[in-house]
Design a protein around this ligand. Structure first.
Ligand code: DC
Length: 231
């Protein structure tokens, strides 16, 4: 296998909490690709809006706030993870809190927000050799991505996984609250006017409900290897 030879763009989209980020991270590590968590970018904007009490309905306030937002990623050699920085401050932990999760979908509906983040995402991926996960990567950000994956899983299974993930980070949340959050985000994310979550026509569907983590990574690696042979 000559993975180093051909760098491609791998777009991973899908519902909230179906393991996109952890899968994308594992793939990027194995392929020595850059991993970009676009959900973290929408979460960072949401955190800023919460902190500065920005009225989501006020276009001017939103525009002003967006001018003050700078999002970057830095690789942490201790945790082995790419961490999210908002205006130079590490917000990796803060952006995963339920307060942010509960507001991130309404924030992501705002076209001005999407434009700013999509422009940055395209710049981050222009050199290829990137795994990017989100909701509109295969449809809007990189419609010409060489490989598109659409991940999905049963709602309850997703909620249990997310609850466990939060517990591991020290946050206890009731399962019903996680289910409600995932359900609401799926509805808003799929029905918004600008760049709704939908499977690109040429995306491969990977249902992770009954797959172990290693199985889902291996399944996508197989698709990547086939694609790299082709390009
Ligand atoms: O991947 P995540 O659950 O961390 O994403 C948080 C929210 O960000 C998600 O509910 C919708 C929004 N999002 C988006 O609209 N477009 C993306 N490309 C990524 C995330």
């Amino acid at each position: 296998m000559t993975l180093d030879m051909k760098k491609i763009v791998i777009a991973i989209d899908g519902n909230s909490g179906c393991g996109k980020s952890s899968t994308a991270k594992a793939l990027a590590r194995q392929l020595r690709y850059i991993y970009i968590d676009t959900g973290a970018m929408y979460r960072a904007v949401t955190l800023f809006f919460i902190k500065h009490k920005i009225d989501l309905k006020n276009d001017l306030d939103v525009a002003e706030a967006l001018k003050q937002i700078d999002i970057s990623f830095e690789y942490n050699i201790v945790t082995g993870k790419n961490e999210t920085f908002l205006n130079g401050k590490n917000v990796e932990r803060d952006i995963r809190q339920m307060e942010v999760s509960n507001l991130v979908s309404p924030v992501s509906e705002i076209s001005q927000v999407r434009k700013k983040l999509v422009d940055q995402q395209r710049r981050l991926g222009e050199g290829k050799g990137v795994v990017m996960d989100g909701r509109d990567i295969g449809t809007v950000v990189f419609p010409n991505a060489e490989l598109k994956i659409f991940m999905t899983a049963d709602l309850e299974i997703r909620a249990k996984r997310r609850q466990l993930e939060l517990a591991e980070k020290g946050t206890k949340v009731a399962l019903n609250d996680v289910i409600d959050n995932l359900k609401n985000r799926d509805i808003i994310d799929s029905s918004r006017a600008d760049s709704p979550l939908r499977k690109a026509d040429d995306a491969h569907v990977v249902d992770t409900s009954h797959l172990t983590f290693d199985e889902q990574v291996d399944k996508i690696l197989e698709l990547i290897n086939i694609k790299i042979e082709e390009v």
